[in-house]
Design a protein around this ligand. Sequence first.
Ligand code: S3P
Length: 429
Amino acid sequence: MQNYTVRPAKSVRGEISVPGDKSISHRSIMFGSIASGVTTVTGFLRGEDALATLEAFRAMGVQIDDDGETVTIQGRGLHGLSEPTDVLDCGNSGTSMRLLTGLLAGQNFFSVLSGDKYLRARPMKRVVGPLAQMGARISGRAGGEKAPLAIQGSKLIGIEYDSPVSSAQVKSAIMLAGLYAGGETVVREPHLSRDHSERMLRAFGAHVETFPGGVKVRGGAELTGRDIVVPGDISSAAFFLVAALIVPGSDLLIRGVGVNPTRTGIIDVLKGMGGDLELTNLRDESGEPVADIRVRHSKLTAMEISGDVVPRAIDEFPAICVAASLAQGTTVVRDAAELRVKETDRISAMADNLRRAGVSIVETPDGMEITGVASLKGCAADSFGDHRIAMSMMVAGLVAQNETSVSDVECIATSFPGFVNLIEGVVQR
Ligand code: S3P
């Protein structure tokens, strides 16, 4: 297991772009594979998670070529996948496993999904339950709560489902099953989660209608292959946004970042804390809003983070915790119990690490209270095998008094290969 040692920085300056959006990369492979005709994807994220999805579709007979620039998918149509001869390995990727569970439920073959020890510990009933209501035949460990999941494809019928959680993975799994189901499938959620599936499926020609509080899908429509440009991942940009805000003298431009409003909670939160962030060159790429973001070092103040901004910033909380640790006052996070079932329990992982760095933190069942300090102590941080915890603590290390070591940093490759080189390239010491 590889450790990384971070030294304090003088400033973070320059111009960068970040790798492609993970959520959009997964969906481009999935929808392109079940569309008719060719789909091309540029800006595809070649991280372990999205590559797990790509390999799963290859294992179901889809020809997918990657020349290093463009990924080209020879779509097989809605009913053109073939039965995989082995377990489909989703690695660390919840998006692969949950969306595939929905998509595979309506096939005319048998499949098994598994993943690494972290993914096998994550809750799956949230998709298995509603899919069973549609007629899906799925079994798994702990009564279908845990992977491996075995899916015997079957005939599905549309349902109306009120999801108790605001989760794009749950919503998308049901929508994908809905493509194969008779009639209409409706999913409602408490707060709007990321809507990439809605946008992209509609662009592929699926019958998808959104309304306040939910989405409706009509089964049976053939999808048609298309060209997709994947924007930079705002969840990856988040580490650089926080780094530039907290390191004195910083001024950084991040080009081509996806700024879909269901993903920009991080911008709202950091601006709410007093962060100097400027969005310029707003444009549209493949139905997704994109912008350049300029960020300068700022004096941050604490705030309360709760309600509908939580799903809009769900993956950014580890980075937000670092910003809050250096903000004046006590930042209160509520309504974020979902953080406990991510790649690791991100509330307890960040509380543990930031305490080692000298921050006082109170954990609550659905959030935390973080009282900012003037400066962090160098410490031995633990990634807990979670890419976003590892990157957040590396950012924290830029403003610590001496060296910070972060354990087990290989996991960063799940979402952000090249992170270390990119950050070291803009840090001045
Ligand atoms: C994702 C949805 C979110 C997010 C994950 C990616 C997606 O998960 O945390 O990193 O691509 O749909 P939930 O749907 O569980 O909130």
